[in-house]
Design a protein around this ligand. Structure first.
Ligand code: UDP
Ligand code: MG
Length: 321
């Protein structure tokens, strides 16, 4: 018997969840017909939803014993959802996918084929088009991958997603990275292993809305850069050198002007230089501060998520009554 855990982080997904459940059980049913050795568990994570998501989990859990769930005490973010899912999954293989059907379950049989014979440790999809996305957003997304791959040793493939079919070995490697500031795209890539990228066209959500604002994505990409690169810190050294060179030039120019002409060298150049240096220093301190604030959060060792209710609580409650 081989168990496949399907991990699904959900935040306000009442509209798509029934569709998702129908779709995933259909696909896994077909997989089981072809490969009778397969068993499945669906591990849903409720990331502090404000709608009926948890109630839907309960309904699903009471009619299908393959359904497990963890409901967070509040919204911790998708990254925490993925972590909780991986940590509590029991499968020999684990799939991480979104609830909104933008990660089509129809990919699963092929992903399993890539991974089952040991040829690959992970199968994942890669968006080859950014259809249905605004031009500005696509531009920034491309910029992000360009910058990230220039300044970080961890390569992040453009269009890579959190739709992953992984072996237990890879899941354990991902879990061994117990950092608080989690950036899954980087973590999945950092652990290495043999990864099969499957190209696919972007699919739009059938219902519900994305919980990402432009600003949210922008902040998230900065987090990603900081989590996997210390290059911004090196920028300060570079700026320091530039300032030093500039100040020598201005100093020499000042002397030259007062020697050659009878004009005293005006203080204006000096003052603007001082201002520039001040600005650069503040900027660099800000960058350092960002890293220190991340360290501060890491050092506190706060839990990555807090579970409020699980399917076990729900099932046991039924027994007692
Ligand atoms: N999600 C989550 N917690 C959050 C935000 C999102 O668990 O705080 C889940 C969401 O329910 C979905 C997945 O993460 O299953 C991707 O979210 P979304 O579709 O909003 O993002 P997009 O596809 O636009 O990147
Ligand atoms: Mg989505």
């Amino acid at each position: 018997m081989k168990l496949i855990s399907v991990v699904v982080p959900c935040y306000n997904e009442q509209e798509v969840l029934p569709m998702f459940y129908e779709e995933i059980t259909k696909v896994t049913g077909e997989m089981k017909e072809k490969n009778p050795e397969l068993e499945f568990e669906y591990l849903f994570i409720n990331d502090g939803s404000k709608d009926r998501t948890l109630e839907i989990f309960r309904e699903l859990a009471s009619k299908d014993k393959r359904v497990r769930y963890i409901s967070f005490s509040r919204n911790f973010g998708k990254e925490s959802g993925i972590y909780a899912g991986l940590k509590n999954s029991k499968g020999d293989y684990v799939v991480v996918m979104d609830a909104d059907l933008q990660h089509p379950p129809a990919f699963l049989p092929q992903m399993y084929d890539y991974v089952k014979d040991g040829e690959y440790d992970c199968a994942t999809t890669r968006r080859i088009s950014r259809q249905g996305e605004s031009k500005v957003r696509s531009f920034f997304a491309r910029m992000f991958y360009k910058i990230m791959n220039k300044i970080s040793d961890t390569e992040i493939v453009d269009g890579a997603q959190d739709f992953r079919f992984m072996t237990r070995q890879m899941v354990d490697a991902v879990l061994s990275m117990s950092e608080y500031n989690r950036f899954s795209k980087g973590i999945f890539s950092w652990v290495g292993f043999r990864v099969k990228y499957m190209p696919y066209e972007n699919v739009e959500r059938p219902a519900g809305t994305t919980s990402w604002s432009f600003w949210g994505l922008f902040k998230y990409s900065l987090e990603g850069i900081m989590a996997f690169s210390t290059f911004p810190l090196a920028v300060s050294i570079f700026m320091g050198i530039i300032c030093l060179v500039l100040s020598v030039i201005v100093f020499m120019a000042g002397i030259a002007v007062s020697l050659v002409t009878d004009k005293k060298f005006s203080g204006f150049a000096g003052i603007s230089l001082a201002l520039a240096i001040g600005g650069i220093q503040l900027g660099c301190m800000g960058i350092m501060g960002q890293y220190i604030s991340k360290m501060y959060l890491e050092v506190k060792k706060r839990p990555i998520y807090i579970a409020g209710e699980t399917d076990e609580d729900f099932r046991n409650k039924d027994k007692v009554e």
